[in-house]
Write a protein that binds this ligand. Structure first.
Ligand code: AMP
Length: 664
C-alpha cells in the first residue's frame, strides 16, 4: 500500500500531514505556508484559484470567492440557520432543497463539496510536489459531531478530487492520537476543539497505545466565525445608527467588515484593546464615510456571552455520557485557532481544573493525528489501537412518527445492530424504512438520512410479518441499512446518502468530467509553469549581463556575454510567439550560455584574486592567451563552433601547469 496522507479539512484553514520514518510532519504548501486557507475563487478571467490566492481576492471579487463552505457540506437548505447565510456570495436551494453556491463569472452553480474538492486537490498537488511521488489515498478528518450526510458529503468532495478516502476520522480523536501516540502513560483526556466553524468535545482514555473514545458531543454550527460576526454586527449596528446605512447589505463592505472583525478578534487574544480602521467604507450624501473605533477585550467578551454559554452544554452532555466527573480528567488538549481566545481558555479552566497541554500546536495537531492514522492503516505504525464512537443516535420512524433508536449515541464503532419490526395494517405488502439521526423523540425533529421500501411481503394480518432491519456503522462512522423479510428471505440494503448534497449520478458525472479535464488541466498548468520558469530565467540573465558589464566592462567576457544575449533573445521571441516546443530548447541554451558566462567570470576573479601577483604578472601574457576566445572554444559548455588555434596543445599543457603549480 502506498503512502496515506492525513488531511485536516478546516472551515477556515486546511492542513496536510504525512508520516516520514515513523514521525508525522506537516507539509508546507507551494506558497511555503503550513496552513492553506479553505477558500476557492474564480478570477475575472474564470481561472480557478485556491488557498491564499483565493483569499486575496475575497474583498475585490466577493461574489466569485467562496469561504466557510464547510458549514454547507452535507446539509439541506432548510437545515441552515440565519448566520450561516451571512456570506458575501450567493447561496440558494436547488429543486431538491440542496444547497447550491452561485458563481456569476463561470455562470455555474456548484455543490459545496465540489468546491471543497478543489481545496483537497491543492493540498494533494502540493504534497505530491514536496514528496515527489503520487498520492491517491488520504485520511480526512471531520468534526466528531458531523452526521452521516456530512461525512458522506466530505467523502464525495475527496472523490471529486480524485482521492480515495481510507478513513474518515473525527477531529478530536485525531488530536488525541497526535497528543498521545508516543506516550506510554495512561490518562483520561478531554479534547476541546473550537475551530473556524465547528465545535467538538471528546473524552478519551489513552493507555499504552489504545485510544478509547468514551463520549463525544458538539455543535457543527458554532465556531470562530460566530465570534467574528458579533464584531461585524457591533460595527454595522453602530454605523447604521449614525449614518442610516446597513453595511451588511453591500458585499464588499461586508467582506471588509468580516476581515477587520477577525483581525480585531485575533489581536484581542493578546492585548486588551485594539483599533479598528475602515476608511471609505461607504459613501453618504456628504461624501465618503469611514469607521475609526476601538474595541476593548472586555466589551468583545460581553458581546459573546451567548456563544460562551453555547459551548458549555456539549461539555456537560459529553461528561454525563462518559460517566466521568471533571475531577477525573488528567489532561486537557486545546485544538483549533479559536481556543486562543482568553475567554474560551477561562471557560475550559472553569470546567476542568487542569492546565491545558502546551505540547501540541492547535492549528496542526489534527492533521498530525490524521497522518498518524494513515500510518496505522499502512501498517507503518504498530501497537496503536483506536476505538471511536458514533456521535448521534440512529433509528427508524415507527407508528405515530416516533423515533425508535437502534444505535444510541456514543456507541463504539464499527457496530451492527438489528431489530424486528412488523406491519401496521392487514395485508400490507410493503414497508417503508425511514432512517433518522439525532436525539429528539419525534423522528421529524431529527435529521432524515434517507428512506427505502421493502416490498413483496406476503399477505398476512397486521403485526404478523417479521421484517428485520439492521444498521451497520463502519469505522468511518458511515451507515449501511438492510431490511429482510424473515418469511420470504427477501432482502434489500442501501448505503444511506439521502442527505448528501449530491446524488450518485451527479458525483459520477463530475468525476468523469474531472477525469476528462485532468489531462488538459495538467497540460495547461505545465505550460504556465514552463513560461513562468522561462520568464524567471530571462530576468536572471538580464541581471547577470548587467552585473558582468558593470564589473568587467562590455568586453570583459565578450564572447560569453554575446552568447547569453543571443539565447536570451531566442527565449524572449519564443515566449512572445507562444512556441513552447522551441522554448524548451532555447531555455536550455540560455542556461548553458549563463553557465559559460559564470565560469568565465569566476576564472577572471580567480586570476585577479591570486595573491602571488608577481608570478601572475610573469604569466600575464599567458593569461591573456588563456582568456582569449580561442582558448575557450572547446569548453564543454561553450556551444560555439570549435575554432581551436594552432598553439592549442601548448595552451592545454600550460593550463595544466598553471592549475597544478599555483592553485592546488
Ligand atoms: P482552525 O479551523 O483551527 O484553523 O481555526 C480557525 C479559527 O481560529 C478562525 O476563526 C480564526 O479567526 C481563529 N483564530 C486563529 N487565531 C486566533 C487567535 N489568536 N485568537 C482568536 N481566534 C483565532
Amino acid at each position: 500500500m502506498g503512502r496515506i496522507v492525513g488531511i485536516d479539512l478546516g472551515t477556515t484553514n486546511s492542513v496536510i500531514g504525512v508520516l516520514e520514518a515513523g514521525r508525522p510532519f506537516v507539509i508546507a504548501n507551494a506558497e511555503g505556508s503550513r496552513t492553506t486557507p479553505s477558500v476557492i475563487g474564480y478570477t475575472k478571467g474564470s481561472e480557478l484559484v485556491v488557498g491564499q490566492q483565493a483569499r486575496r481576492q475575497l474583498v475585490l471579487n466577493p461574489r466569485n470567492t467562496f469561504s466557510n463552505l464547510k458549514r454547507f457540506v452535507g446539509r439541506f437548505w432548510d437545515e441552515l440557520d440565519e448566520s450561516s447565510l451571512n456570506v458575501p456570495y450567493t447561496v440558494r436551494a436547488n429543486d431538491q432543497g440542496c444547497v447550491r453556491v452561485t458563481c456569476p463569472i463561470t455562470e455555474r452553480e456548484y455543490a459545496p463539496e465540489e468546491l471543497i474538492g478543489s481545496v483537497i486537490r491543492k493540498l494533494i498537488d502540493d504534497a505530491e510536489k514536496h514528496l515527489d511521488e503520487n498520492i491517491d489515498s488520504a485520511v480526512i478528518t471531520v468534526p466528531a459531531y458531523f452526521n452521516d450526510s456530512q461525512r458522506q458529503a466530505t467523502k464525495d468532495a475527496a472523490l471529486l478530487a480524485g482521492i480515495k478516502v481510507q478513513r474518515i476520522l473525527n477531529e478530536p480523536t485525531a488530536a488525541a492520537l497526535a497528543y498521545g501516540f508516543d506516550k506510554s502513560s495512561s490518562s483520561r483526556v478531554l479534547v476541546f476543539d473550537l475551530g473556524g466553524g465547528t465545535f467538538d468535545i471528546s473524552l478519551l482514555r489513552i493507555s499504552n497505545g489504545v485510544f478509547d473514545v468514551k463520549a463525544t458531543s458538539g455543535d457543527t454550527q458554532l465556531g470562530g466565525n460566530d465570534f467574528d460576526q458579533k464584531i461585524v454586527d457591533w460595527l454595522a449596528d453602530n454605523f447604521e445608527k449614525e449614518h442610516d446605512i446597513d453595511l451588511r447589505r453591500d458585499r464588499q463592505s461586508l467582506q471588509r467588515l468580516s476581515e477587520a472583525a477577525e483581525k480585531a478578534k485575533q489581536e484581542l487574544s493578546g492585548i486588551n484593546s485594539t483599533p479598528i480602521s475602515l476608511p471609505f467604507i461607504a459613501t453618504g450624501p456628504n461624501g465618503p464615510l469611514h469607521i475609526e473605533t476601538t474595541l476593548e477585550r472586555k466589551h468583545f467578551e460581553s458581546l459573546c456571552k451567548d456563544l460562551i454559554d453555547r459551548l458549555l452544554k456539549p461539555v456537560e452532555i459529553a461528561l454525563g455520557d462518559s460517566g466521568w466527573t471533571a475531577d477525573e480528567i488528567n489532561d486537557v488538549v486545546l485544538v483549533g485557532g479559536s481556543t486562543r481566545m482568553p475567554m474560551v481558555q477561562q471557560l475550559v479552566k472553569t470546567i476542568v481544573p487542569v492546565p491545558p497541554s502546551q505540547s501540541v500546536n492547535p492549528d496542526e495537531v489534527v492533521a498530525i493525528g490524521a497522518a498518524v492514522q494513515g500510518g496505522i492503516l499502512t501498517g507503518e505504525l504498530r501497537d496503536l489501537l483506536l476505538n471511536d464512537v458514533t456521535p448521534l443516535s440512529l433509528g427508524l420512524e415507527t407508528v405515530g412518527g416516533l423515533m425508535k433508536v437502534l444505535i444510541p449515541r456514543n456507541t463504539p464503532i464499527p457496530v451492527r445492530q438489528a431489530d424486528v419490526f412488523s406491519t401496521s395494517q392487514a395485508n400490507q405488502s410493503s414497508v417503508e424504512i425511514n432512517v433518522w439521526q439525532g436525539e429528539r423523540q419525534l423522528a421529524s425533529d431529527n435529521k432524515s438520512l434517507g428512506r427505502f421500501r421493502l416490498s413483496g411481503i406476503p399477505p398476512a394480518p397486521r403485526g404478523v410479518p417479521q421484517v428485520q432491519v439492521a444498521f451497520d456503522i463502519d469505522a468511518n462512522g458511515l451507515l449501511q441499512v438492510s431490511a429482510t423479510d424473515r418469511t420470504t428471505g427477501r432482502k434489500q440494503s442501501v448505503s444511506i446518502n439521502g442527505g448528501s448534497n449530491m446524488n450518485e449520478d451527479e458525483v459520477n458525472k463530475l468525476i468523469n468530467e474531472a477525469k476528462e479535464k485532468a489531462d488538459s488541466d495538467r497540460r495547461k498548468r505545465a505550460s504556465i509553469d514552463q513560461k513562468n520558469n522561462a520568464l524567471t530565467l530571462v530576468a536572471q540573465a538580464e541581471r547577470r549581463l548587467r552585473d558582468v558589464s558593470l564589473e568587467f566592462g562590455p568586453y570583459g567576457a565578450e564572447r560569453q556575454q554575446r552568447a547569453v544575449e543571443v539565447s536570451l533573445r531566442d527565449v524572449q521571441d519564443f515566449l512572445e510567439n507562444d512556441d513552447l516546443a522551441e522554448l524548451d530548447i532555447a531555455v536550455s541554451a540560455l542556461q548553458e550560455a549563463l553557465f559559460g558566462l559564470n565560469r568565465r567570470v569566476s576564472a577572471e576573479k580567480r586570476i585577479d584574486n591570486n595573491p602571488i601577483q608577481g608570478i601572475k604578472n610573469t604569466f600575464g601574457s599567458l593569461k591573456d592567451e588563456l582568456f582569449s576566445d580561442d582558448y575557450w572554444d572547446d569548453d564543454p559548455w561553450d556551444y560555439q563552433p570549435n575554432s581551436r588555434g594552432a598553439n592549442s596543445d601548448y595552451i592545454d599543457r600550460e593550463k595544466d601547469r598553471w592549475d597544478n603549480d599555483f592553485y592546488n
